[in-house]
Design a protein around this ligand. Structure first.
Ligand SMILES: NC(=O)c1ccc[n+]([C@@H]2O[C@H](COP(=O)([O-])OP(=O)(O)OC[C@H]3O[C@@H](n4cnc5c(N)ncnc54)[C@H](OP(=O)(O)O)[C@@H]3O)[C@@H](O)[C@H]2O)c1
Length: 289
C-alpha cells in the first residue's frame, strides 16, 4: 500500500482515483479545483481530500494528475500552490493528461532538478475504459521510474507500455489520435453512403465489421451514429485540442498529416454546429446537415 494523491477528478480522473483506492488498496488523497467533486469522491470511496495540489502532494509516494490541457497541467504543477514544490524526494509524479510532448519534457526536467521522478502517461480507452479500470497507458520517462510506478498504474489499466524517454508517451498518444481521426471520418462516410443507398446500416456493419474494415469505432459507435445520437463520449473540443497538439508536433518533426489537418477542420464545422461536447463520431452529423 502506497501513499497516493490524485489531482483532477473529471470524467477520467474520478474513476481512475477510485481504482487506485479500491483495486490498488492505496491510501488516496484527492484534489479537485471544484472542491464539491472531491468531497463527493471521499463520501463514495473514503480517503481524504486536500484544498490545493501542494497539500495533496505533500509526503506522497505517487502523485497522479488528469487535467485538461498544457496550461491546466502547468497550473497544478508549477503554479501557485502547485504540486511540484511539495513533492518529496524520490516520489513519482504521473501525468495522465493528454498534453504536448514539450510540456512533458519541461516537467520531467523540473522534476529531475528537484529530486523526484516524472512520467508522461496519457491514456486511451475513454470514459468506459476509466470506469472499468482497463485503460491503455502510454508512458514516457526513465526505466527505473517506470518500474517503480508500473504496479500502481496497473490499478486502472489493462496495458501499460514504456515508449521511450520523457515525451514519448505523449508522442504515442498523438499517433493514436492521428489514426482515429481519418478512421472516424471514413466510418462516417460509409454510414452516410449506406443510408443514401437505402441499405440497413446495422445489417451492413454486422457483416463488414468481421472483415478488413472492422474497427473499435465501428463496433462501438455505429449504432449511435445510425441513430444520430452524440450526447456522450469523447468531446469534439477535446479532439480538436489533441489534433492541434499533433499538427504542432508535425510542424516540428516534418511529418505530413494531410488527412488529420482536414478532419481537424471538419471538427471545427461540428463545433460551429453546436457540437463542442458531442462525441467525435458526430462527423456524420456534419455530412447530414
Ligand atoms: N474523456 C475521455 O474520453 C478521455 C479519453 C482519453 C484521454 N482524455 C484526456 O484526459 C484529460 C481529462 O479529460 P476528462 O474527460 O476527464 O476532462 P474533464 O471531465 O473536463 O475533467 C477535467 C479535470 O481537470 C480539472 N482542471 C481543468 N483545468 C484545471 C486547472 N487549471 N486547475 C485545476 N484543475 C483543472 C477539472 O476541474 P473542475 O472539476 O474544477 O473543472 C477536472 O477535474 C484530457 O487531457 C483529455 O484529453 C479524455
Amino acid at each position: 500500500m502506497a501513499k497516493v494523491a490524485f489531482l483532477g477528478l473529471g470524467v477520467m480522473g474520478y474513476p481512475m482515483a477510485g481504482h487506485l483506492k479500491n483495486k490498488g488498496g492505496h491510501d488516496v488523497t484527492v484534489y479537485n479545483r471544484t472542491a464539491e467533486k472531491a468531497a463527493k469522491w471521499v463520501d463514495e470511496h473514503g480517503g481524504a481530500h486536500a484544498a490545493t495540489p501542494a497539500e495533496a502532494a505533500a509526503g506522497k509516494d505517487f502523485v497522479f494528475c488528469c487535467v485538461g490541457n498544457d496550461d491546466d497541467l502547468r497550473a497544478v504543477t508549477l503554479g501557485q500552490d502547485g504540486a511540484f514544490a511539495a513533492m518529496k524526494a524520490g516520489a513519482v509524479f504521473i501525468d495522465n493528461t493528454t498534453a504536448s510532448a514539450e510540456v512533458a519534457r519541461d516537467l520531467a526536467e523540473a522534476a529531475e532538478k528537484a529530486g523526484f521522478g516524472f512520467l508522461d502517461a496519457p491514456v486511451s480507452g475513454g470514459q468506459a475504459g476509466a470506469e472499468n479500470g482497463v485503460l491503455t497507458v502510454m508512458v514516457g520517462g526513465e526505466q527505473a521510474t517506470f518500474d517503480t510506478a508500473r504496479p500502481v498504474i496497473e490499478a486502472y489499466a489493462k496495458m501499460v507500455g514504456l515508449m521511450g524517454p520523457a515525451g514519448a508517451g505523449q508522442l504515442t498518444k498523438m499517433i493514436n489520435q492521428i489514426c482515429i481521426a481519418g478512421l472516424v471520418q471514413g466510418l462516417a462516410e460509409g454510414i452516410h453512403f449506406g443510408k443514401k443507398a437505402g441499405l440497413d446500416v446495422e445489417k451492413v456493419v454486422d457483416v463488414i465489421s468481421k472483415g478488413a474494415a472492422g474497427s473499435w469505432q465501428m463496433e462501438n459507435r455505429h449504432k449511435t451514429m445510425n441513430q444520430g445520437s452524440y450526447d456522450f463520449g469523447f468531446a469534439v473540443d477535446w479532439m480538436r485540442k489533441d489534433l492541434g497538439i499533433c499538427l504542432t508536433e508535425a510542424e516540428r518533426n516534418g511529418a505530413k498529416l494531410p488527412v488529420t489537418a482536414l478532419v481537424d477542420q471538419f471538427y471545427k464545422d461540428v463545433q460551429d454546429m453546436g457540437g463542442r461536447r458531442w462525441d467525435t463520431s458526430s462527423l456524420l452529423a456534419r455530412l447530414e446537415r
